[in-house]
Structure formats: structure tokens, C-alpha cells
Design a protein around this ligand. Structure first.
Ligand code: NAY
Length: 289
């Protein structure tokens, strides 16, 4: 379960329906070109919070069918509707996903006891292992070291996808829980997290920049920091341009330049105007071989 996992994008058609052919091509690109170690399915980058339960299941099925046992698969099943989270957790467990992950419950200001109950309830109903998905910038939910420790008391909780710029907390978690898996979630901070001895990373930009991410992670593990820093620098030049142009839309346009039918983002995400499509093509030309 270690290494570089792509937070998989999904191809949608202009009406917002899953484009199966395009989704399979995105998967293949990640496996055959980027050669990542695994895929994180239906996370933020998969536009999970914009789609129906049936579409989530459809995506889980297509991805598993395309991947087989080639790489590890983590299914993000978190939902404000806990019944949906349990239903999806059972669904992907039957499909033989290697692990499930669930975003911390958001929108309402849940207290920690409620958050803990959410994870334990999902896990009571499923025979699978869980990776907590912590992304305070989007959910507004921050947990401290002690709270992570309380969640980790459940042995089925095997790790955390840590999408936060708090390296003090990251180091404390690493030190306190050497046996839990820690995945870094901010691609622009991959090197900084890697030197703290994380187990892997999960990122959206790996859909187009997976090879560099693998190099950063592997160089850092080998103590080749100068080489890792050079690749992180190019990576961050790329990420800065992507962020300025529109994150998910630009990654999809870049994938199209690689022959991948990456489709559109779902509303209310906007469709890129012509000038930004052109810009995405220029970014691809500059950074992708
Ligand atoms: C997810 O579930 O898809 C992720 O959280 C992937 C992590 C990404 N965060 C978001 C909100 O997309 O890869 C990062 C991020 O896009 C990247 O670091 C650029 O900021």
C-alpha cells in the first residue's frame, strides 16, 4: 500500500454522465505512462461530491475492471449520508478494493465524538481497512494528534491521507504512529512531506505528472535530496500554472493532448473558455514529454 497513488480524475460527457471509454483511458494513462503504484478513486479529484450514488458505483466498477490486480486501489466512500458511505464501503469491498477511505464528515460542525462514531460505524459494517481522508481546507475539520490517536485505536484504521500544510502535526503523527500509513495530499509539498518519512502520496496532478512525483518520492527515500529538489521545482512550476488556469479542467485538457478522452468537469464547475484551453495545451507542451 506504499508509494505514489493518483487521485483519479473521471471523464464526464457534456451532460455530466460518466464517459466509460474516457475513464478507462485515464486509468490506462496512469498505469502505462505514469506507472503509479495505485489509484485513489472517487476523491475530490474524481468530483465525488458532485455525483450520484449510482455514478459512484459505476466508476468503482469500471476502474476495478480496467485495473484488475495491476495496482492497489483505494476507494473513497465518505459521505454526509452515512448510509451511503456504508453502502459504498460494502460495494467496493465486494469488488475487492484494497482499502477504503472516507473524508471527515463536513458542513455541519460535528464534534470529535461524532466524527469517531462515523468512522467506527462504517467499519462495523464492512470487512475492510480504512484510510482517514483529512483535508481541513475544504472540510473545515481539523484534528489534533490526540484525536488521530483515538481514531487509530480502531485497528481497521490503517492510516491517513494528510492533505494539510501542517508539517509539525505531520511529524508528530509520524513519530507517534510508526505503523500507520501516512499519505501526503499536497503535491506541491511532496518533497517536504517525504523527508518526514511518509509512506506515500495521493495527488490529482499525478494524473499528468506521475513520473516526476515518483522520482521526487524515490529520491527523497534514497536521501538524494538535491535531485528531488530539482524535480519538485519543475513540478511546482507546473502546479502553479495549472492552479492559475483552473485545477481539474486544466489537468483534463492536458490529458487530452496525450490522446486521453478526459472529457469535461461536472457543473457547477465551469467549462474552460477557449483561451484557457489553449493555455492548458501550452502547459502540456512545456511540461509533458
Ligand atoms: C482527492 O481526494 O482527490 C485529493 O484530495 C487529492 C489531493 C489534491 N487536492 C485537491 C483538493 O484536489 O493533489 C491535491 C491538489 O490538487 C494539488 O496538490 C494541487 O494543489
Amino acid at each position: 500500500m506504499k508509494g505514489i497513488f493518483t487521485a483519479l480524475m473521471c471523464s464526464f460527457d457534456e451532460k455530466g454522465q460518466v464517459n466509460e471509454k474516457g475513464l478507462r483511458e485515464i486509468v490506462r494513462h496512469n498505469l502505462d505512462v505514469s506507472k503509479v503504484d495505485g489509484l485513489y478513486v472517487n476523491g475530490s479529484s474524481g468530483e465525488n461530491f458532485l455525483i450520484s450514488t449510482e455514478q459512484k458505483k459505476q466508476i468503482f466498477e469500471i476502474v476495478k475492471d480496467e485495473v484488475g490486480d495491476q495496482v492497489k486501489l483505494i476507494a473513497q466512500v465518505g459521505s454526509l449520508n452515512i448510509d451511503e458511505a456504508v453502502e459504498l464501503a460494502q460495494f467496493v469491498t465486494d469488488l475487492k478494493y484494497d482499502a477504503i477511505s472516507a473524508v471527515t464528515p463536513f458542513y455541519y460542525k460535528f464534534d470529535f465524538a461524532e466524527i469517531k462514531d462515523y468512522y467506527n460505524t462504517i467499519l462495523e459494517n464492512v470487512d475492510n481497512q480504512m484510510i482517514i481522508y483529512s483535508i481541513p481546507a475544504l472540510t473545515g475539520v481539523s484534528m489534533d494528534l490526540q484525536q488521530f490517536g483515538e481514531l487509530f485505536e480502531n485497528e481497521k484504521i490503517i492510516g491517513v491521507k494528510f492533505t494539510a500544510p501542517d508539517f509539525f502535526l505531520l511529524e508528530r503523527i509520524r513519530h507517534a504512529f510508526p505503523d500507520k500509513l501516512i499519505y501526503s495530499g499536497f503535491d506541491e509539498m511532496l518533497l517536504s512531506a517525504s523527508v518526514l518519512n511518509i509512506d506515500g502520496a495521493i495527488g490529482s496532478t499525478f494524473n499528468v505528472n506521475g513520473q516526476r512525483a515518483k522520482q521526487i518520492f524515490e529520491f527523497a527515500q534514497d536521501g538524494r535530496i538535491e535531485e528531488a529538489r530539482e524535480i519538485q521545482k519543475v513540478t511546482n512550476d507546473l502546479i502553479a500554472e495549472i492552479l492559475e488556469n483552473g485545477l481539474y479542467q486544466t489537468i483534463k485538457e492536458m490529458l487530452k493532448t496525450q490522446g486521453v478522452d478526459a472529457g469535461f468537469c461536472r457543473k457547477p464547475m465551469k467549462t474552460l473558455q477557449e483561451d484557457k484551453v489553449l493555455k492548458a495545451k501550452l502547459i502540456a507542451e512545456k511540461y509533458l514529454k
